[in-house]
Design a protein around this ligand. Structure first.
Ligand code: LER
Ligand code: MN
Length: 267
């Protein structure tokens, strides 16, 4: 398992659960000095990131993934919007992020952009739109040599799918095998009965992990027991990233150092 940490470039997400908020150069330098293998970036658009390749090389970092969430947070695009034009725009946005991430050999994440039902759609319609999207974008990502990550979110952020088991059911109903689950421990802490068991049951479908504590602070600064979670990830032969998608509390460097310390103790 490898370590990663989040950098947000989205002004509207300053208060969001991302560790670094002061640009790519600052985030990459601090990620490397804390000892991370990779960064995960929350981008404001799919415009090129001209400094990224040089910064990754300079700091010997990989890109773990790029989040599409600003498609929702900034542009109000949802993949389950009742309006077909807006849905098409949302799909184009995710394609743009898939293309951008693939340039750095990394996948894109669908989290907040999944939207919710009841705002111009019935529940069944929203679920069908989400499945249609994943069926279209899974193969699109595969052409670029990348998986596509789908993230179940807690009930306060979506009413579509909240648990890993529900996520597995969706993935298994698709015509593509290229969509993998993002297991975010914060959402799981709210929704799962048993986090390690949920990971064991999801097995090969787990493609990425947002590694955080019960309160969205760094792993080690809440009341979650990460040891059995890591044991479950080992049991499913998980070799992906443990990515700190956490609040920079009490400050970004403490958040980073605490995450690395927890990973070193347990992995
Ligand atoms: C938001 O709660 C979250 O977990 C993100 O990864 C989704 O965009
Ligand atoms: Mn997450």
């Amino acid at each position: 398992m490898k370590s990663a940490i989040t950098i947000s470039l989205v002004e509207e997400a300053r208060k969001g659960p991302f560790v670094y908020h002061d640009g790519l150069a600052d985030g990459c330098a601090r990620a490397a000095s804390a000892g991370f293998d990779a960064v995960e970036i929350f981008v404001p658009s799919f415009d090129p990131l001209p400094e990224l390749a040089g910064l990754l090389q300079k700091h010997n970092l990989n890109l773990a993934a790029i989040g599409t969430g600003a498609g929702w947070v900034k542009h109000k695009l949802s993949l389950t919007d009742g309006d077909a034009d807006k849905r098409a725009k949302a799909i184009e946005y995710v394609k743009g992020v898939i293309d951008l991430a693939a340039q750095y050999d990394a996948p894109a994440i669908i989290g907040s952009m999944q939207g919710r039902s009841g705002e111009g759609t019935t529940h069944d319609e929203a679920i069908q739109f989400l499945k249609d999207t994943l069926n279209a974008l899974g193969p699109y990502a595969k052409e670029k040599g990348q998986p596509l990550f789908y993230e179940p979110l807690n009930r306060y952020e979506t009413n579509l799918f909240n648990t890993l088991a529900e996520g597995v059911e969706v993935l298994e109903s698709l015509t593509t095998d290229n969509v993998k689950l993002l297991a975010d421990l914060f959402h799981m802490n709210i929704e799962e009965a048993d986090l390690p068991q949920a990971i064991r049951d999801a097995g090969k479908h787990v493609g990425h992990v947002h590694f955080v504590d019960s309160n969205r602070r760094a792993a080690g600064l809440g009341h979650m027991d990460h040891r059995p979670i890591i044991e479950a990830l080992k049991a499913i032969d998980y070799e992906g990233y443990l990515c700190a998608e956490a609040f920079p509390l009490p400050d970004a460097d403490t958040c980073a150092n605490t995450t690395i310390k927890t990973i070193k103790q347990l992995v």
